[in-house]
Design a protein around this ligand. Structure first.
Ligand code: MG
Length: 407
């Protein structure tokens, strides 16, 4: 007899329902039952989330705020608070971490759990239902979940369970579950690919299931095989365990011990800028910044702080500078280091705050230049940054613009 326990997997996907809106409703219960839109109705900002009531008017995330206002003038527009969302995201993550054998945080409001082989110890469906109830009870946030033999099918199941529901797809029923769904229910399909497929007559996942995989490959290139497989419920992607230690860092050792705080400040800002660039290129955000100072005789001190998830150069520079100020004891410095940890996929900040749009567009443009010509091509350390609205943030070093450019 073959033991199939290790070949059949049990994957759970959790997704908080219109997460930002739910957090705003916890803060202000008057928003419950109303069409809530996170974003600005003016300017060039986009909607980063909206309630189910707002969706009924055709509003959806990533839509320009102006357009959302036109569709739903009675909508309540809320600016949004990344630090509150980060706080609740961590709360949910901590509950899952305390219960689940293996889990992965896929975004600020999404988690995958691998319960494979656990059926010997507990009933996976009942266990998942209990965990979901615990999250709802302890955070006050609505969350939906799906369970299936793969990440893709579990995620689609969650989508079908929303809002505030559960859906469990038994082993062997993946294909029939997917068959009647429109093709854009397949995660990560992409608008363009969806358009291409519809033009060729593929409207439901059933249509893709019935096609020959070679057909999809001809149409979509190497991407085609994976689309065909996932539409058929085949997905071998692993749940990557969340790793608190995942981080990126930079250090600089001075040739001689330094007391020149201007130089150190410039170095630190340069490091923040380079690391932030790395983050954006990897489509990651950081939720924790640490500064290290080493004095002569290997006397090493570090200090870290948890921050709202960001990739924003200026914010990260400000945090690094502030940490250094708190940590520095006035002695000559041998080495300084900067580390970003608690990394998470996503780039939420870009659509959250309207006045960041300008910055993120600028970042994107500068990043493109860096990619083409190398890091040294663009050095904007402090100059224009001081003209951003945040320039009023107190700066310990009080360096003037002319003196603080990176060499
Ligand atoms: Mg969600």
């Amino acid at each position: 007899m073959t033991d199939t326990r290790h070949t059949s997997r049990c994957i759970v996907h959790f997704d908080l329902d219109s997460f930002f809106v739910s957090v705003e409703r916890l803060k202000n219960p008057a928003l419950v039952g109303k069409p809530v839109i996170i974003g600005s109705k003016e300017g060039r900002g986009v909607v980063s989330s909206c309630s189910y009531e707002a969706r009924q008017y055709g509003v959806h995330s990533a839509m320009p705020g102006v357009q959302a206002y036109r569709l739903c003038p009675q909508g309540i527009f809320v600016r949004g608070s990344m630090s509150d969302y980060g706080h609740y995201s961590r709360m949910v993550r901590d509950i899952i971490a305390a219960e689940a054998p293996v889990f992965e945080q896929a975004s600020i409001d999404e988690f995958y759990l691998d319960l494979s082989g656990m059926e010997r110890f507990f009933h996976p469906v009942e266990w998942t239902q209990r965990l979901r109830q615990r999250i709802i009870r302890e955070t006050g946030l609505p969350i939906s979940c799906g369970m299936a033999s793969s990440k893709t099918v579990a995620k689609v199941a969650t989508g079908q369970a929303k809002p505030n529901g559960e859906k469990f797809i038994p082993m062997g029923e993946e294909k029939s579950f997917l068959a009647p769904l429109p093709i854009d229910k397949l995660p990560f399909l992409g608008g363009k690919t969806g358009e291409q497929l519809r033009k060729m007559g593929y409207h439901y996942l059933r249509d893709i299931q019935q096609a020959a995989p070679e057909h999809l490959q001809q149409l979509l290139g190497k991407h085609g095989q994976s689309v065909w497989e996932r539409a058929n419920g085949i997905c071998h992607s692993q749940v990557a365990a969340y790793d608190e230690r995942k981080s990126i860092s930079k250090e600089h050792t001075f040739e001689e011990d330094h007391t020149d705080l201007r130089l150190i400040d410039t170095m630190l800002k340069g490091m923040a800028e380079k690391l932030a660039f790395k983050l954006r290129r990897a489509k990651l955000m950081t939720g924790c910044v640490a500064v290290k100072i080493r004095y002569p005789g290997f006397d090493t001190h570090t200090k870290q702080v948890t921050i709202p998830y960001t990739t924003d150069d200026f914010r990260l520079m400000t945090v690094a500078t502030e940490l250094f100020r708190q940590l520095y004891n006035g002695k000559p410095v041998r080495l300084i280091g900067l580390r970003f940890s608690n990394l998470m996929e996503g780039n939420l900040q870009t659509n959250l705050f309207e006045d960041n749009i300008k910055n993120s567009k600028l970042y994107a443009a500068l990043d493109r230049i860096k990619e083409k010509h190398g890091q040294a091509a663009v050095n904007r350390a402090s100059g224009w940054m001081r003209q951003t609205p945040e320039s009023s943030t107190p700066n310990f070093f009080q360096v003037s613009d002319e003196d603080s450019s990176i060499e």
